[in-house]
Design a protein around this ligand. Sequence first.
Ligand SMILES: [Zn+2]
Length: 256
Amino acid sequence: MIGFVATICGVFGLLVGSFLNVVIWRVPRRESIVVPASHCPACGEGIAPYDNVPVASWLVLRGRCRHCGAGISARYPAVELLTALLFAAMGARFYDSWALPAYLVFTAGLVALSLIDLEHYVLPNRVLYPVGFVSIPLLLIGSVLDDDLSAFGRALPAGAVAFVVFYAIHVISPRGMGFGDVRLSFLLGCFLGWLSWWHVAFGLFAGFLYGAVIGVALMALGKRGRRQHIPFGPFLAAGALTIILIGQPLIDAYRV
Ligand SMILES: [Zn+2]
């Protein structure tokens, strides 16, 4: 059953990843995500459905537009693969829970937000709010169907606590932590808190740890100066996803 759910979610993730590529490209450029249909950014030629198959088309076309030969970034298949892997992992993690759809929307949102933050240093409300308004009600529905309302009763307070902690850090260091990170922390707090308060503490800490380790590494390699901005959203997202997926053994080991 685990394998079946994980496989279905993985295939679904490829398609969702393809859609996320559209969101990642168009939302920061204030373009509609519905019209026009997919087209080559270089020559403007429309992309036929058979050239728009996740990962496979990029490989067949060897990363080039069929019409003008312009290079197509490896980021497109990478986002599709990443989304597929994360969806499969979520499917394995929540194969027996009605909260799975909520966690899939949450995961898709984090992929889009992280990629936009890496490129544009912003976590757009036009992504964050729709993700919250869809995923949090789905989390409530999941709790009802799982007959575990206490999980949802923990999620919103956990989101609020995370928001307050991050807001305090934002006030102390507005350059280090933007208000987008504060908004994101509410969503992360909800989805970590649905599992337990331990997940909230471990998940947010993991985000800071990733940020600190990678930040110091980039500075040591001379890729980023001490004063240069490093987007924090991707680290927070990675920390939360790590603890949601594999945090339970860590927490159990810590509590013994
Ligand atoms: Zn082209």
